[in-house]
Each structure stands twice: as structure tokens, then as C-alpha cells.
Design a binder for this molecule. Structure first.
Ligand SMILES: [Zn+2]
Length: 121
């Protein structure tokens, strides 16, 4: 991987990191508002929903936050690997992960063959 490709991938990782951080903040703020806010749209929606539905949608929100946090961890791990010069090397077989795969999934830790192996097993 040349320096230009590396810095381009670093930029996409940093953009993704920014996006996820603000997405998580947004979701957590909205979650807090749904619990504490007694006026406005949220109240209307909560009022209309029965208890079961409200609980369900809160769990769903938590799931989304958890998913974004997981993605953020992967992105941050990839940035650490980049600093350590290990970025772009498959964690399982040690071969290079193709640049086209990294461009599609900048936080990828496995080459395509290992990813397929992992998904199949
Ligand atoms: Zn591999």
C-alpha cells in the first residue's frame, strides 16, 4: 500500500469516526429526551404507544447505539493499527488485505478469504 492510499484510507476512517461519534451523541441525547421530556412530539408519541411498544422502541434505540459503538471501536482499532504499521494486514492469515476491500470497508481486519471463512464457520 502506498502512502497516498494510506492517507486516503486514514481520512475515511477519521470521517467515519467523526460521523459515528456524533451519531452516538445524537442517539444518546434523544434517548435521554424521550425519558425526561414531558412536552412536545415525544410525549405525543409515548402517549399514543402502549407500555409494551414504548419499552420495545427504547430497547431498539439501545441496540442501535450499541451497534454504532461497536463500529466506532472497529474504526478506532483500525486507526491504532495504522499508527502501529499493521494496518492492511489480515489479522488471521497475515496476508495483505486488498486495497479495494479496504476502500469498501476501511476498518476491515480480515482479508476477503478469511472473512468468508469466518462467516461460513
Ligand atoms: Zn486472511
Amino acid at each position: 500500500m502506498n502512502a497516498k492510499t494510506r492517507s486516503r484510507l486514514r481520512r475515511s476512517l477519521e470521517d467515519e469516526q467523526q460521523r459515528l461519534v456524533s451519531e452516538i451523541e445524537e442517539m444518546e441525547r434523544e434517548g435521554a429526551e424521550n425519558v425526561s421530556d414531558a412536552t412536545g412530539e415525544n410525549n405525543y408519541r409515548d402517549h399514543m404507544a402502549d407500555q409494551g411498544t414504548a419499552t420495545f422502541s427504547r430497547e431498539l434505540d439501545m441496540g442501535l447505539v450499541g451497534n454504532s459503538k461497536h463500529l466506532l471501536e472497529q474504526v478506532e482499532k483500525a486507526l491504532v493499527r495504522m499508527d502501529e504499521g499493521e494496518y492492511g494486514t489480515c489479522e488471521r492469515c497475515g496476508k495483505d488485505v486488498s486495497v479495494s476491500r479496504l476502500e469498501a470497508v476501511p476498518s476491515a481486519e480480515l482479508c476477503i478469504a478469511c472473512k468468508e471463512w469466518e462467516e461460513a464457520s
